[in-house]
Write a protein that binds this ligand. Structure first.
Ligand code: PGA
Length: 272
């Protein structure tokens, strides 16, 4: 990746939240395919993922495979156990059978609305890494915590209690299977985006923590994504920050037109 202006490449992930039925997903991909930049052109330095609702996973993955769209389809949550009495949860083996290899864990909506804690984030991250999944773990402070100057402390706590130490993970850890999304809660779905300075400051804290906890090789390899009101308009300035390795995008990943605008921005940035 040495020729890329981003040393770790770029990771553009979409989070559909509870939007898009399988039929709506099919319409989305049809439009995306039509607007895809020249002949499915793709930079080797750009990684694409879309976290869809559970019932949409199979359809979305099948379409991407059929249309040769290089988008990895991922789940928005999964349990740490492989099976059992956990009504309403989905397991790693279920996802694997559906061909899904990547899971979003600890999104602030799960934390704030569904009782997810640092402890359950840790269990899910550890369990799923041990089952061979890629995990995109989300952290971020609330508006009150930022106003109280607690951002750094909150991030360190979420990281130290959420990320398994290497001895807890039996499968090889250092192959890019862990990624972190910094998503300030006050920026999610609000149109209030972090400034590049705020994002870079938070990402540098995260990188430093990863170095302490996992060593410098893992810290250098681990993509740290920014999320919270990312659009094609603010994408470039955020992505140019040295410690920002990509974006986790909610609202702007829902429509094919805005998805394609972001995709083009990402490709352009990597070409620069
Ligand atoms: P947003 O959501 O882009 O709509 O702010 C981001 C997210 O929740 O991952």
């Amino acid at each position: 990746m040495s020729s890329s202006p981003k040393s770790r490449g770029l990771f553009f992930a979409g989070n559909w939240k509870m939007n898009h039925t399988p039929r709506e997903a099919a319409a989305f991909f049809e439009e995306v395919e039509k607007g895809w930049p020249s002949e499915k052109k793709m930079s080797p330095d750009l990684k694409l993922a879309l976290y869809t609702p559970t019932l949409t996973l199979t359809e979305a993955r099948a379409i991407c495979q059929k249309q040769k769209l290089p988008i990895q389809i991922g789940a928005q949550n999964a349990h740490w156990e492989k099976s059992g009495a956990f009504t309403g949860e989905i397991s790693g083996p279920m996802l694997k059978e559906a061909g899904i290899e990547s899971v979003l864990i600890g999104h602030s909506e799960r934390r704030q609305l569904f009782g997810e804690t640092n402890d359950t984030v840790h269990k899910r991250t550890r369990g799923l890494l041990n089952q061979g999944f890629s995990v995109l773990m989300c952290i971020g402070e609330t508006r009150e915590q930022r106003e109280d100057k607690l951002t750094g402390q909150v991030l360190i706590e979420q990281l130290s209690r959420g990320i398994p130490v290497p001895s807890e993970v039996s499968t090889p850890y250092l192959n890019g299977r862990l990624a972190i999304a910094y998503e300030p809660v006050w920026a999610i779905g609000t149109g209030l985006v972090a400034t590049p300075e705020q994002a870079e400051e938070a990402h540098a804290i995260i990188r430093q923590f990863l170095e302490m906890q996992l060593g410098s090789e893992a810290a250098t390899q681990t993509p740290i994504l920014y999320g919270g009101s990312v659009t094609a308009e603010n994408f470039d300035t955020l992505m140019k920050c040295p410690n920002v390795d990509g974006a986790l995008v909610g609202g702007a990943s829902l429509k094919a037109s805005s998805y394609l605008s972001l995709l083009k921005k990402a490709l352009h940035l990597l070409e620069a």
